[in-house]
Design a protein around this ligand. Structure first.
Ligand SMILES: [Zn+2]
Length: 203
C-alpha cells in the first residue's frame, strides 16, 4: 500500500468501518485512533471510559490489528504473562516503570474522557487494565497502550512489541491480507458486544 497522508487521530467513518472489519464485530464509542499503521489503517482504538449504554469501560486502548493481535495471542498461549509477572517480582526498576505506566494509562483515560465530554467515571477510578500496576493479565492491553503512547512508557508493552517483531511491526504494512476489506461491515448487536468485552476484561 502507498503511504497515506498523515491522518488525524479523530476517527472517520472509514476508520470505524475498518475497526469493525478488523475485529469482526461492530465497534462503539471509539473516541480516538491513537496509533496507525504506516498505511493509515487503525492499529489501536481508544474507547470512552463510559459506553453510551452507561457501562463503565476500563480498557481505554484496544489493540485491533488482526496480525498483531494474533501474534500477541501466541505469546499469551506460550505463558509469557506469567514470565513477565515474575520479571516484575525480580526487577524493582521494571516494577517501578510499570507502576508509572499504570499512572500514564489513567491520565490518558482522563484525556479521552474529556475529549468525549463525559463526567468522571467513579466505578473505575484508579483501576487501569491488563493487570497493571502489579500483574500481567492481558498482553493485548499492554501492547495497545505501548502503541498508543510510543516507546518508553509501558515497558512490558514495549517488550511484547519487541517479541512479536519478527511477525509484525507498526512500520511494515500487512493490512492488505490481514482482514477481509470487501466483507460487509458488522452491524451493532450491542448487548452481546458489551458482554463479550466484559468477559474478556474479567478473564
Ligand atoms: Zn497497513
Amino acid at each position: 500500500m502507498n503511504r497515506a497522508p498523515v491522518p488525524s487521530s479523530v476517527p472517520t467513518q472509514q476508520d470505524l468501518d475498518t475497526l469493525s472489519l478488523q475485529l469482526g464485530r461492530p465497534v462503539r464509542d471509539v473516541v480516538e485512533i491513537p496509533a496507525r499503521c504506516v498505511c493509515g489503517s487503525p492499529l489501536v482504538a481508544a474507547t470512552a471510559p463510559r459506553l453510551s449504554n452507561g457501562i463503565p469501560f476500563p480498557t481505554t486502548f484496544y489493540l485491533t490489528h488482526p496480525t498483531a493481535t494474533a501474534a500477541v495471542s501466541r505469546l499469551e498461549a506460550a505463558g509469557v504473562m506469567a514470565e513477565m509477572t515474575q520479571q516484575l517480582h525480580d526487577d524493582p526498576l521494571l516494577a517501578q516503570q510499570y507502576r508509572q505506566a499504570h499512572e500514564h494509562y489513567l491520565a490518558e483515560r482522563e484525556r479521552i474522557r474529556n475529549l468525549a465530554n463525559l463526567e468522571p467515571v467513579w466505578e473505575i477510578e484508579g483501576i487501569s487494565a491488563g493487570g497493571m500496576p502489579t500483574r500481567v493479565k492481558c498482553l493485548h492491553v499492554l501492547t495497545g497502550h505501548a502503541l498508543a503512547a510510543g516507546p518508553g512508557v509501558n515497558p512490558l508493552g514495549d517488550q511484547t512489541l519487541e517479541r512479536i517483531s519478527t511477525e509484525w511491526t507498526a512500520e511494515t504494512c500487512t493490512c492488505e491480507t490481514a482482514w477481509d476489506h470487501s466483507a460487509e461491515v458488522p452491524v451493532a448487536d450491542l448487548s452481546r458486544h458489551v458482554r463479550r468485552l466484559k468477559e474478556r476484561e474479567a478473564s
